[in-house]
Design a protein around this ligand. Structure first.
Ligand SMILES: *Cc1c(COP(=O)(O)O)cnc(C)c1O
Length: 382
């Protein structure tokens, strides 16, 4: 794996994203290994990182793609993902996006409401096409994660409520241009224990048994993504717990009823291979605190400001941890939430030092903006 030492870093103006292709490839190889002997198909969730160099590596590794917009479908097709292996979710698919997805021949629409189902039927009929769909079910499972990234609770905007599912399934099976292929679930993100996934499996088994008893044979499920990573110890745990994760589904899903299980992993695929590299502009003495002001801001990496997320922060110019100090590490943006960490223990830090913000490969570059008229964050892949 690439080691973050100052003299080996590329000569690139900070801030920038640094991607480690060997770590990404090792991660993809693990996933492939742990899914090889089961009817499991993994789709990479493009929204985690749509960098073309990253997409190229993931497409070549034979993964499918999970998209949440027409733009992502376009990026996936361009990167060489097989259209048939593209699944498409999203509560607000526009007519243009639905038409575009149909024209690409994507594998499956993950449909989030009866209202959407009716529009897909209408558009598919007008184009004399058959749209393959899975109904996204809101299973009402608490993923025990941040409330902004839990998606499977009752009051959430995502998916079809369990009480409305029978109606949606009946409608889908009766529509001439809709082929119902399965049920879709995605309960949240950065899930670090297996318990929510076990609950999900049990719910899926119940639902499939119920439909089977009513003569409706649903044999494919998409269990979404959400597997978490270790933000605090990226070196000790460079890989998400893929083995327990896939074992959980192997052991808990009723294999007698299911012919194919789709997964949609985003964060766990790309988070650890990305680092945001920035430089210290000032070490500012406050009244009670010292601020390390770096040249990366919330426009480059939004997660801390958006979710209060914490990334491991390292001074790669001074690694001498025998003399440390507590700093608030902040960006230059004119927002009080532009803070990467408070009271972070770092080696004595000075102007010009390089700072690495770790585990930034997922929901980093994809969320970057030009807020404050800043340059869109560049990247280097090594
Ligand atoms: C975001 C998303 C994923 C990926 O989630 P991760 O936590 O990054 O694995 C999968 N499926 C859907 C529908 C999503 O919206």
């Amino acid at each position: 794996m690439y080691s973050l030492s100052e003299n080996k870093l590329p000569k690139q103006q900070t801030p920038y994203y640094l991607y480690d292709s060997s770590l990404l490839k090792a991660t993809l190889a693990q996933i492939t290994d742990y899914t090889a002997t089961s009817p499991f198909k993994v789709h990479y969730a493009i929204k985690a990182c749509a960098n073309p160099a990253i997409l190229d590596i993931i497409a070549k590794a034979g993964f499918g793609a999970d998209c949440v917009s027409g733009g992502e479908i376009k990026a996936a097709v361009k990167a060489g993902f097989n259209p048939e292996s593209i699944v498409y979710a999203g509560v607000g698919k526009s007519d243009e996006e639905i038409r575009y997805a149909l024209s690409c021949g994507i594998g499956c629409f993950n449909v989030e409401s009866v209202e959407e189902l009716e529009i897909i039927q209408e558009i598919a009929a007008a184009e004399s096409k058959i749209a393959t769909v899975a109904l996204r079910v809101n299973p009402d499972i608490d993923a025990h994660t941040h409330h902004y990234i839990t998606t499977g609770l009752k009051e959430n905007k995502f998916g079809i409520d369990l009480r409305m599912l029978d109606n949606a399934v009946a409608k889908a099976t009766n529509m001439a241009n809709i082929k119902l292929c399965g049920l879709h679930f995605h309960i949240g993100s950065q899930i670090t224990t297996m318990e929510p996934f076990v609950l999900l499996c049990k719910k899926i088994n119940q639902l499939l048994a119920k439909f089977q008893s009513e003569g409706i044979n649903i044999t494919q499920v998409n269990v979404g993504g959400g597997l978490g990573i270790d933000y605090e110890h990226p070196d000790e745990n460079p890989f998400a717990p893929f083995k327990p994760y896939f074992d959980t589904f192997r052991q808990n899903l009723d294999s007698g009823k299911i012919s194919l299980v789709h997964f949609e992993l985003g964060r766990s695929v790309v988070a650890q291979c990305g680092t945001l590299i920035s430089r210290v502009l000032y070490v500012k003495q406050g009244v009670n605190k010292k601020f390390v002001i770096i040249d990366a801001g919330m426009n480059d990496l939004l997660r801390p400001a958006l979710y209060g997320a914490h990334h491991n922060i390292e001074n790669i110019s001074n690694t001498d941890s025998t003399a440390v100090e507590r700093y608030d590490v902040v960006g230059p943006i004119c927002e009080s939430s532009d803070i990467f960490a408070t009271d972070e223990l770092l080696p004595i830090t000075q102007r010009g030092d390089l700072i690495a913000i770790r585990s930034a490969g997922a929901y980093g570059e994809t969320m970057a903006s030009t807020y404050n008229m800043r340059t869109l964050t560049p990247y280097v892949i090594v």
